[in-house]
Design a binder for this molecule. Structure first.
Ligand code: NAP
Length: 478
């Protein structure tokens, strides 16, 4: 299958005619070819977006909301088709892929509704003959660079608020998952969006990203991906002082206190850890368990993880699909090997599995490691795979101090039945998202984002709208 990009309202290939392969990570089969674009195509998309945005910013909030609602409805109408496409290019099981389509649609719908509440302010002035008005205006053309692990939702979490606020957007999806992004562009047109308002440009990341940062019409860049690339973009954006929001890596702690409902914590741990095969930025990476409930928690985890079916995402029975590429599974192996060499104990998993004939060697068994210490790689770096490393603690201060001992600050989870502890620990954790007796916190209405090296800015909720609006005040002399 040959695909095209939607650039400035037209379906086109790369100017050079170059393309790259899109590969199914479960089978290594080439499933499509996508345009290998660079700086010139990006500039064209930005200039088209700027022209479209001049008209879009005049459209009423109600009309913008209706367009975003129509877009969300089309995604839901095509849930099965979009989910199947996502499973082919990304590997996640079909049920998860369809769930992501609904989740992605919810950002379009919710942001559209919020467009109606982009209120300004009036502020009491210091002189009798003055009035102060505060206006919220669209920033203009915003660009987005998104990762492969949530090929639809990481786009709509940016696109929804951008369009709702009256901005235009140019998106560069990950090289591994261009098809879901192109499918979104088709649905946007079907929903009646002005053709050049939302462009998708696939291809060379450094050239496209560089062109986005250099173009004088670009007012904001929203990036989701690794901290390393976030730093590169921040440096690049410093030249033109591009407004930037960064959703970067994480290294989530998951604390189980001695007074926790351990069965509930086990169930939540498995759902969180194995979502997308462990390849999410908010997957628990460090399980910190009070010594007194260690065996109850670990044996529950081993029992539940052991029952998980690893397999091809298109098989409805699979709960964990392949890792995205060879580098990803090699990293998981390196982390597990390092932990075992440094004294951890393997309670289950710890190896690749071959769930069926004709499948790539990229599936990893859900794994539980016990006796983990702070020196191990699993305690310091994102593993991005189905590995649960368990470390113990003896009191609350120690648990919080281990949890906060990370350069990352995206998500943290803890389980307790003590209400005072719940508030104390929630306040003490240095993370942007805290799940207290909850390990699935992501939702369209809440402000999602990190502190420390996990990023800048928030996505979702009314706070997510701030990234796409400028605050202007008018000092009005009477
Ligand atoms: P990545 O390597 O940083 O890639 C993310 C995006 O950046 C891709 O579109 C990639 O393009 C592009 N990119 C790479 N180098 C670039 C450059 N020099 N200039 C401009 N763009 C560039 O991250 P990933 O491996 O795809 O995703 C995993 C990471 O994302 C993890 O660290 C995870 O925690 C994080 N993540 C964070 C969140 C969050 O909300 N905080 C959500 C999901 C994932 P190519 O694919 O074409 O190289």
């Amino acid at each position: 299958m040959q695909t095209r990009n939607l650039i400035g309202g037209e379906w086109v290939g790369a100017l050079s005619g170059a393309e790259f392969d899109v590969v199914d990570p479960a089978t290594d089969e080439v499933i499509a070819r996508a345009p290998d674009c660079g700086a010139a195509e990006t500039a064209r998309a930005i200039e088209g977006a700027a022209a479209a945005q001049r008209a879009w910013r005049e459209v009423t909030a109600g009309e913008r909301a209706a367009a975003l609602r129509a877009f969300a409805d089309l995604m839901r109408r095509d849930r099965d088709r979009l989910g199947a496409l996502m499973t082919r290019e990304q590997g996640k099981p079909l049920a998860e892929a369809r769930g992501e389509i609904d989740y992605a649609a919810s950002f379009l719908e919710w942001s559209g509704e919020e467009a109606k509440r982009l209120y300004g302010e009036t502020i009491p002035a210091s002189a009798r003959d003055k009035r102060i008005l505060v206006l919220r205006q669209p920033v203009g053309v915003a660009c987005a660079i998104t990762p492969w692990n949530f090929p639809s939702a990481m786009i709509t979490r940016k696109l929804g608020p951008a369009l709702a606020c009256g901005c235009a957007m140019v998106v560069k999806p990950a090289e591994d998952t261009p098809l879901s992004a192109i499918a979104l562009a088709e649905l946007g047109l079907e929903a009646g969006l002005p053709p050049a308002l939302f462009s998708v440009v696939t291809g060379d990341a450094a050239k496209i990203g560089g062109a986005m940062l250099a173009h004088p019409l670009v007012r904001a860049l929203s990036f989701t991906g690794s901290t390393e690339v976030g730093r590169v973009l921040m440096r690049g954006g410093s030249e033109r002082i591009v407004r930037m929001s960064l959703e970067l890596g994480g290294h989530a702690p998951f604390i189980v206190f001695e007074d926790a409902d351990v069965d509930r914590a086990v169930e939540a741990a498995v759902a969180n850890k194995l979502r997308n095969g462990g390849q999410t930025c908010i997957c628990a990476n460090r399980f910190l368990v009070h010594e007194s409930v260690r065996e109850a928690f670990v044996s529950g985890l081993v029992r539940e993880m052991g029952e998980i079916r690893v397999g091809h995402g298109v098989d409805e029975a699979s709960r964990v699909g392949p890792l995205i590429n060879d580098a990803a599974i090699e990293k998981v192996e390196r982390h597990v090997r390092d932990a075992l060499e440094k004294g951890a104990t393997l309670r289950c998993g710890g190896e690749r599995v071959r769930p069926g004939p004709g499948l790539a060697d990229r599936f990893y068994a859900p794994t539980v490691l016990e006796g983990v210490t702070g020196e191990m790689l699993v305690s310091r770096e994102e593993t991005f795979g189905p590995v649960a490393p368990v470390r113990t603690f003896t009191d609350e201060d120690e648990a919080v101090s281990i949890a906060n001992d990370s350069e990352y600050g995206l998500a943290a989870y803890f389980f307790t039945r003590d209400a005072s502890r719940l508030m104390r620990v929630a306040e003490a954790l240095e993370f942007g998202v805290v799940g207290a007796n909850d390990a699935l916190p992501s939702t369209a209405q809440a402000p999602f984002g990190g502190v420390k090296q996990s990023g800048l800015g928030r996505e979702g909720g009314r706070h997510g709208m701030d990234e796409y609006t400028e605050v202007k005040y008018v000092s009005w002399g009477l």
